[in-house]
Design a protein around this ligand. Structure first.
Ligand SMILES: C[S@@+](CC[C@H](N)C(=O)[O-])C[C@H]1O[C@@H](n2cnc3c(N)ncnc32)[C@H](O)[C@@H]1O
Length: 217
């Protein structure tokens, strides 16, 4: 990687003037912040995999691969987890995780690989003009019928227009519908900001998963 400077948990790519924070959240924290949608989607894909393994991508995984390792431990050999991050801690070598050191805007993988992708606390660390490239890459490597989740609020109209230009009418970015409704109402997403990207053909049963009843979760 290019010239970098680190201090505390922050890192700067000197040549590009980019700053980002290193963090290593646990999967249960990420799952909680995203309204338990990650575990519910992983379980949905496992139930419908017909014995095949489910491919998961943790994008901007964090240097110690904490969440990715925990997913492998929780779901066993039926999941294959890949991580992508700019920064890699070479002392961590988990046998269960496929690790790629890469820029999320240029993923060196073929199209249609993953049933489920999550990017937690990634996009907010990426310059606005590059965020769309990251979304496009997420959609490209997402399998048809797959789901991606982010904890960011995005300019949906622009992004959906760009996704249409790149992929045709197959991929959509769905915003969180908000938490301001009355208790007992059904809304999409978790208690925090959540954005879901889906790639057609979507299994209609997934619509039940993305909803939650306020006051229950
Ligand atoms: C705040 S941390 C979040 C880490 C982890 N997802 C978590 O929630 O604990 C942001 C991570 O994104 C990575 N990152 C930032 N920009 C990136 C890019 N363009 N491509 C790949 N990784 C990037 C950083 O190296 C850092 O590990």
């Amino acid at each position: 990687m290019e010239k970098t400077v680190t201090w505390g948990l922050c890192l700067q790519r000197d040549d590009k003037g980019e700053f980002f924070t290193l963090a290593n959240r646990h999967f249960d924290k990420i799952d909680h912040y995203l309204g338990y949608l990650p575990s519910r989607f992983i379980e949905f894909f496992l139930e419908n995999a017909g014995g095949r393994s489910v491919d998961i991508l943790d994008l901007g995984a964090g240097v110690n691969l904490v969440s990715a390792k925990e997913i492998c431990k929780k779901y066993g050999r039926k999941v294959r987890v890949t991580t992508i991050d700019f920064v890699v801690n070479k002392a961590i070598r988990p046998a269960s995780v496929d690790r790629l050191q890469a820029d999320a805007a240029h993923i060196s993988l073929r199209d249609n690989v993953f049933e489920f992708i999550y990017a937690f606390q990634l996009l907010s660390y990426i310059q606005e003009d590059k965020q769309l490239e990251v979304i496009r890459e997420m959609v490209r490597v997402l399998k048809s019928g797959g789901v991606a989740l982010l904890d960011d609020s995005l300019p949906f109209e622009t992004i959906n227009h760009q996704l249409f230009e790149s992929f045709g009418p197959v991929a959509y970015c769905i915003p969180r519908e908000g938490n301001k409704s009355e208790p007992g109402q059904v809304v999409f997403g978790g208690p925090s900001i959540t954005t879901m990207i889906i790639k057609e053909p979507v299994d209609q049963r997934m619509y039940g998963i993305r909803e939650r009843i306020i006051g229950h979760i």
